[in-house]
Design a protein around this ligand. Structure first.
Ligand code: NAD
Ligand code: IPM
Ligand code: MN
Length: 353
């Protein structure tokens, strides 16, 4: 039996409520398959930790995570600490320093869940988003000038590198090859004549290595509309950091709730640990009541098992998740009355049944 060292960062708000539910499900999958156990090392880094220590994590935080086989994260950010401080203190440095350049976010409407689109069924919504995760609009280059004065100004630059676009595009083409062989690239090269034009050129160059995959370029505004009007025309979507962020919350809405979508922050070469998390945030509006939907966290856990090579366990968790989506119990975001713990326990009980 294998043992994996998983760093747990439950974080803030509902993050800390959904991660324990997810961990129980993953451990159950390990028992049922008999193939692995998880050694969880928990870190309490969060906004509460910040208020006590003046930082989101210790100075050697990244070093402490480095030996992990994977990182399982809830959510970061809570009222009381400015969001740019909390996110630049914990989540974004992990993505950047561990070179997790792929943020893989599946968007799928499950059987039994009513999506918001009148005439779309499960099967019509099955999109795999590949979001660039280390550069672009999120490089954090810029500054503020004359703060507080009438002539105050701010600059925030984005940075796109040939290498950065090339590697995420290649990853997306590889994924498309294993699916329906269609890749949609999100651009905005009509207005962004430097960065987005570089993006388009590099994606087109990489596409020559994949003649079997049909590449279509969409301006991101039109692509957002297409998510609603014709999601069935989309297979794999590759997008820059910010475009991918926005499109995947839209994707979450298409799944019926932000309590469902999950993401994998991957360092595909495995030089550093990868990180798995729900797409949603700390949901301060419902935090502390035990009513958050744990399904996104559980799905993120399944992505972690897949990354660890535990394909069978991943399959069992996804089957259990689909079963509970169809049969209930459901949390309030999906029209039910169940608690986080009840839904988590139902998924755990359905693993391997
Ligand atoms: P949010 O995702 O936390 O909440 C948006 C809406 O979705 C809210 O109405 C919330 O109640 C609902 N929701 C979210 N998760 C849910 C769940 N599991 N079950 C049921 N309903 C759920 O987004 P926000 O309000 O923009 O952000 C709140 C905080 O979280 C901010 O500090 C933000 O920066 C942070 N954030 C963190 C991450 C992350 O750590 N990956 C992601 C997004 C936002
Ligand atoms: C996400 C989140 C983060 C992002 C925020 C909290 C910085 O919205 O993971 O989608 O924009 O990447
Ligand atoms: Mn987001």
């Amino acid at each position: 039996m294998k043992r994996y060292r998983v760093a747990l960062i439950p974080g803030d708000g509902v993050g800390a409520e959904v991660i324990p539910a997810g961990l129980d499900v993953l451990r159950r999958a390990g028992e049922v398959t008999g193939s692995f156990a998880l050694d969880a090392v928990e870190y309490s880094w969060s906004c509460a930790w910040y208020l006590e220590h003046g930082a989101m994590m210790p100075a050697d935080g990244i070093e402490r995570l480095r030996d992990s086989d994977a990182i399982y994260l809830g959510a970061v950010g809570f009222p009381g600490v400015p969001d740019h401080v909390s996110l630049w203190g914990l989540l974004l440095p992990i993505r950047q320093q561990f070179d997790q350049y792929v943020n893989l976010r599946p968007i799928e409407l499950f059987e039994g869940i009513e999506g918001p689109l009148r005439d779309k069924r499960p099967g019509d919504v099955d999109i795999l988003c590949v979001r660039e995760n280390t550069e672009g609009e999120y490089v954090g280059i810029g500054g503020r000038f004359h703060v507080g004065r009438p002539d105050e100004s701010a600059v925030q630059s984005s940075l796109f590198t040939r290498r950065g676009v090339e590697r995420v595009a290649r990853y997306a083409f590889e994924r498309a090859r294993r699916r329906r062989r269609r890749l949609a690239s999100a651009t905005k090269s009509n207005a962004l004549q430097y960065t987005a034009v570089l993006w388009d050129e590099v994606v087109a160059e990489v596409s020559r290595e994949y003649p079997d995959v049909e590449l279509t370029r969409y301006h991101v505004d039109a692509l957002a509309a297409r998510f609603i009007t014709a999601p069935e025309s989309l297979d794999v979507v590759v997008a820059s950091n910010l475009f991918g962020d926005i499109l995947t919350d839209l994707g979450g809405a298409l799944q019926g709730s932000l309590g469902l979508p999950a993401g994998a922050n991957l360092n595909p070469e495995r030089r550093f640990p990868s990180m798995f998390e729900p797409i949603h945030g700390s949901a301060p509006d419902i935090a502390g009541r035990g009513v958050a939907n744990p399904m996104a966290a559980i799905w993120a856990g399944a992505l972690m098992l897949e990354h660890l090579g535990e394909e069978e366990a991943c399959g069992l968790v996804m089957t259990a998740l689909r079963h509970v989506a169809a049969e209930g119990p459901r949390t309030r975001d999906l029209g039910g009355r169940a608690t986080t713990a009840e839904v988590g326990a139902a998924v755990a009980a359905a693993v391997g049944r």
